[in-house]
Ligand binder design. Structure first.
Ligand code: PHE
Length: 351
């Protein structure tokens, strides 16, 4: 009798240790403890025994039952764990998408250049200001000391909108000077990037282009401040410490005196390179804000003076990044963009 139970125990133990999946383990449980299970049958048979035998056999069966239960729990745990790790292995997802060749957008050099210029002036304390692309005659011309019939109006090749109110597409970013002074009192330092429009289209002109305007008004501001500010900017933007910067007398109705700024350049293998080389390239217009402009904006010109400047973004981008054709900026040619565009990460670092 006792031997039979010992054998049964061994047999069950072996079966448990040989199973390799949860389903089989469950079948063993049923086979042992189910209604007609091997152990259950033995428990049932206890009733036919004498009290003495029942006690002895009952104890033995309960012992085996406990042992087998522990074995079943242990095995269940082991099989569960292996099943989970097998599942994880099988259902593994490769999330390293970046290594796959998917299309990454590029930043147009215009956007990149605006970000770079703005950042340099931001470090000097200039805040960004914006104005509308659709302007009126007053802000684009009159308040900038360009009265009607002034020849400068013809030079601007203005796009006028249909209608009686003489709305137009701004021909420069200078109206942002006026709009800012209507809202705020000096002292102030602003930089205003944006789109500008002129009815002109050839290899060196596009009807839409970008400018960045600067305005600095405070007490006791003079031409030497303008010169220092622009020289610092040019050298930092082109990353050339000894870049020659020249101020050439010029004329703008809204500045007096006015100047155009040239930077040093030279020809290298038919390509224009920026640096010390004996030739000059014009990159922006500037001057001390005209007192008529301050009058229009109700700023007391005896108390506050300042300077303004305006530069063309396309020109700066072409010179810095060796882009030879102005029109390529706006062609949306994906091959060109992949070549001359900037990655988003480069841009974040710069801004
Ligand atoms: N608005 C001028 C232009 O478009 C540039 C400029 C701005 C000149 C500010 C002087 C001062 O050419």
């Amino acid at each position: 009798m006792s031997e039979e139970l010992d054998n049964l125990e061994k047999q069950i133990e072996e079966k448990i240790s040989n199973t390799s999946n949860l389903n089989d383990l469950n079948s063993i449980r049923v086979e042992v403890f189910g209604k007609k299970g091997l152990i259950t049958n033995h428990l049932k048979s206890l009733s036919t025994l004498s009290e003495e035998e029942r006690k002895e056999k009952g104890k033995k069966i309960n012992n085996i039952k406990d042992k087998i239960n522990v074995l079943l729990i242990q095995k269940n745990k082991i099989l569960n764990e292996t099943e989970i790790s097998q599942k994880l292995q099988k259902e593994k997802v490769d999330i390293t998408l970046s290594s796959r060749p998917f299309n990454q957008g590029k930043i147009n050099p215009i956007t990149q250049t605006i970000a770079e210029v703005t950042k340099i002036f931001q470090k000097m304390g200039f805040e960004t200001a914006l104005g509308p692309d659709i302007e009126d005659d007053y802000h684009n011309f009159t308040a900038l000391n360009i009265p009607e019939e002034h020849p400068a109006r013809q030079l601007h090749d203005t796009f006028y909108l249909k209608g009686d109110n003489k709305k137009l597409l701004r021909t420069h970013t200078s109206p942002v000077q006026i709009r800012t002074l209507e809202k705020r009192k000096p002292p102030l330092k602003i930089i205003a990037p944006g789109r500008t429009y002129r009815a002109d289209s050839d290899t060196t002109h596009t009807p839409m282009f970008h400018q960045i305007e600067g305005l600095f008004l405070d007490k006791d501001v003079n031409m030497s401040h303008l010169k220092g500010c622009i020289m610092d900017f040019c050298r930092e933007f082109f990353e050339i410490n000894d870049l020659p910067v020249r101020f050439r007398p010029s004329f703008f109705p809204f500045t007096e005196p006015s100047a155009e700024i040239d930077i040093g350049c030279f020809k290298d293998n038919k390509q224009i390179k920026i640096g010390n080389g004996g030739s000059w390239l014009e990159i922006m217009g500037c001057g001390m804000v005209h007192k008529e402009v301050l009058n229009y904006c109700k700023v007391d010109h005896k108390k506050f003076q300042g300077f303004a400047f305006g530069m063309g973004v396309e020109r700066l981008a072409m010179l810095k990044y060796g882009i030879s054709d102005l029109r390529s900026f706006f062609n949306s040619d994906i091959k060109w963009l992949n070549n001359f565009g900037f990655s988003i990460f480069e841009n974040i670092e710069k801004i």
